[in-house]
Ligand binder design. Structure first.
Ligand SMILES: Nc1ncnc2c1ncn2[C@@H]1O[C@H](COP(=O)(O)OP(=O)(O)OP(=O)(O)O)[C@@H](O)[C@H]1O
Ligand SMILES: [Mg+2]
Length: 359
């Protein structure tokens, strides 16, 4: 049985539906990311699990126990809020150890656990400082240390690294994930940062307008997006509108601007108006075996790769070329483009995604 279960959870504010019937299982020890754009309902979902917002419909089970109406402090859940609040009159060590003190953990053990938690978030030696003497990113890490020190069975993190600079955030992703794995803390991570979700989680729930658009491993979320929203939200992609001409056993023949593409449908029903997708890194420059020709409209160097926009008869095509070998031709030059059919994705156009709106 799953460690945490959300059954038919909805949340309405007046006639606005913030969350529409979410079913979700989180396994013991798993790190699950709730990923989605601002306002899609991530914090609302997390707050219902924490107990600070009560669901309009549905049940929440933690380790088999119905906690839907249980008070937050009874749930044994560690939370790092989006707007994390530290006690300003307490030192860093005081903040991190506060929960342990409330729980009457003895001083010596408390000090050890505080020191350990601070070293995990790389704040060793800053225990004597006050929150106002820290940077925003350091404060955020104190909030994380405070939650970890409690060794909760379930940890809820709401944008825990939003104030860290890019490099530190990248390091923290890897470290926090290692800590979470080592301690085996079941964790839900709320984020709108897809790199954070991809690098840290076992599974990603892509949220859109109050529903879960897709629940899968990071690899599948990226490689096999299940909805048009998930396709364009996760990473960059090229999207083209097309029309299915024929559905063969393995692939669909799709007309895109007068060109016929053969797109694997992976057993999905596809018919009529569709979108065809291909990732920029799956398109490459080609000479002899070009599928398509085009003119380079923009060429940008970003260090590890070149980003090109190529005008073609399908429309503008983004191409990402790894930075090895010679630089690609300059802007204005004509180039041939190629790809493998297996890298194309097709989804039926659907304008009725998501639940947001009036109930
Ligand atoms: N107390 C409330 N009353 C009315 N509407 C609310 C309330 N709390 C949240 N909402 C609405 O519910 C929707 C989801 O909000 P939520 O805070 O869960 O979004 P989020 O995904 O966490 O976004 P962000 O990434 O910006 O933090 C939003 O449209 C928000 O305006
Ligand atoms: Mg939020």
């Amino acid at each position: 049985m799953a460690f945490l279960t959300l059954q038919g959870i909805s949340k309405r504010y007046g006639d606005f539906t913030a969350i529409e019937h979410i079913d979700l299982d989180v396994e013991r020890g798993e790190l699950l990311a709730l990923l989605g754009p601002s306002g899609c309902g991530k914090t609302t979902t997390l707050q219902m699990v924490a107990g600070f917002v009560s669901p309009t419909t549905g049940r929440i089970l933690l380790d088999g126990r119905d906690i839907t109406n249980e008070r937050p402090e009874k749930r044994g859940i560690g939370v790092v809020f989006q707007s994390y609040a530290l006690f300003p009159h307490m030192t860093v060590a005081g903040n991190v150890g506060f929960g342990l003190e409330m729980r009457k953990v003895r001083r010596k053990e408390r000090e050890e656990r505080v020191a350990e938690a601070l070293s995990l978030v790389r704040l060793k030696g800053l225990g004597h400082r006050y929150p106002k003497e820290l940077s925003g990113g350091q404060r955020q890490r104190v909030a994380i240390a405070r939650a970890i020190a409690m060794e909760p069975e379930l940890l809820l993190l709401d944008e825990p690294m939003s104030n860290l600079d890019a490099k530190l955030r990248e390091e923290m992703h890897i470290e926090l994930r290692a800590i979470q794995k080592r301690l085996g803390i079941t964790t839900i991570l709320v984020t709108h940062d897809q790199v954070e979700a991809m690098t840290m989680s076992d599974r990603i729930a892509v949220m859109h307008r109050g529903v879960i658009a897709q629940l899968s491993t990071p690899y599948d979320a990226y490689e096999r997006p299940a909805t048009p929203f998930a396709s364009t939200f996760l990473g960059r992609t090229n999207a083209f509108s097309g029309e299915v001409l024929r559905r063969n056993p393995r692939c669909a023949e799709v007309d895109v601007a007068g060109t016929t593409l053969h797109v694997p449908h992976e057993g999905r029903h596809v018919d009529g108006a569709v979108h065809v997708y291909i990732r920029p890194e799956k398109v490459h420059l080609a000479n002899g075996d070009a599928r398509l020709r085009g003119r380079i409209a923009t060429r940008v160097f970003v260090g590890n790769q070149w980003l090109l926009e190529v005008d073609t008869e399908l429309g503008k095509l983004r191409v990402a070329q790894p930075n090895h070998g010679a630089p690609p031709p300059e802007e204005g030059h004509e180039v041939g483009l190629a790809w493998t059919d297996d890298d194309l994705r097709v989804l039926t156009q659907d304008s009725s995604e998501g639940a947001h709106g009036h109930a």
